[in-house]
Ligand binder design. Structure first.
Ligand SMILES: C[S@@+](CC[C@H](N)C(=O)[O-])C[C@H]1O[C@@H](n2cnc3c(N)ncnc32)[C@H](O)[C@@H]1O
Length: 203
């Protein structure tokens, strides 16, 4: 309880937008996810804690495109783009392509997207699995070969199937629960490296 309050207070004190800031920081410290100049799509980005961390890491040569159903308060940095939209909407790919511009594909996709929790295990795990599959469709259109994915899911049901889908696409996969994730939460993250071009896949 004390720990959770500490991170929430720290995020507020330093204007980090959400305590989630510390989760991506923890994962990046361990796995070195972002490099200067990277183009990054952040799925489920509101209120913007991850964007805040990422934009600092990629510098002015990079770009971060945050997508969420909810509006995200404007960032001062000119290389932050926001799309307020459901990732299941049909024109999401068109919008992403516009924001990515000439580079066409991004280096990293991160997804902290999470459904509204009902507390019913079957419902919540089904919903996040649908989101996870949609994130993989976005990877297939928008992630460059060799790129990286960070994706949140819930432990348990569908996790093995998700792993199979990840293994088809990525050479290296690590499972990680950030230290600040709430103990009772079943959230967990997969950090996946070396995306394989569709044409080089065997199945
Ligand atoms: C845990 S919050 C993300 C926190 C964020 N990473 C941060 O650092 O501030 C999960 C977000 O996923 C978003 N989300 C859930 N389903 C979505 C969907 N279908 N399309 C876009 N965003 C979605 C929610 O609106 C919510 O803001």
């Amino acid at each position: 309880m004390r720990k959770r309050d500490t991170y929430t207070e720290l995020a507020k004190k330093y204007g980090l937008r959400s305590r989630a800031y510390f989760k991506i920081k923890d994962m990046d410290k361990r796995y070195k996810i972002f490099k200067p100049g990277d183009y990054v799509i952040d799925i489920g980005a509101a209120p913007g804690g991850w964007i805040k961390y990422i934009v600092n890491k990629i510098g002015f040569d990079g770009r971060v495109i945050g997508v969420d159903l909810r509006p995200i308060e404007r960032f001062d940095e000119p290389n932050v783009e926001i799309i307020v939209k459901d990732i299941f909407s049909e024109d999401i790919f068109k919008e992403l392509k516009e924001k990515v511009g000439n580079k066409e594909k991004v280096d990293v996709i991160v997804s902290d997207a999470s459904p509204n929790i009902t507390g019913v295990y079957e419902v919540d795990t089904e919903k996040i699995f649908d989101i996870n599959k949609r994130v993989l469709q976005i990877c297939d259109k928008m992630l460059r070969p060799g790129g990286t994915l960070v994706i949140k899911t819930f432990e348990g049901r569908h996790e093995k199937t998700l792993m199979k889908l990840l293994k088809k696409r990525f050479r290296i996969i690590r499972k990680y629960k950030p230290k600040i994730s709430r103990k009772r939460s079943s959230e967990t993250y997969y950090i996946c490296f070396r995306y394989q071009d569709l044409r080089s896949r065997t199945s």
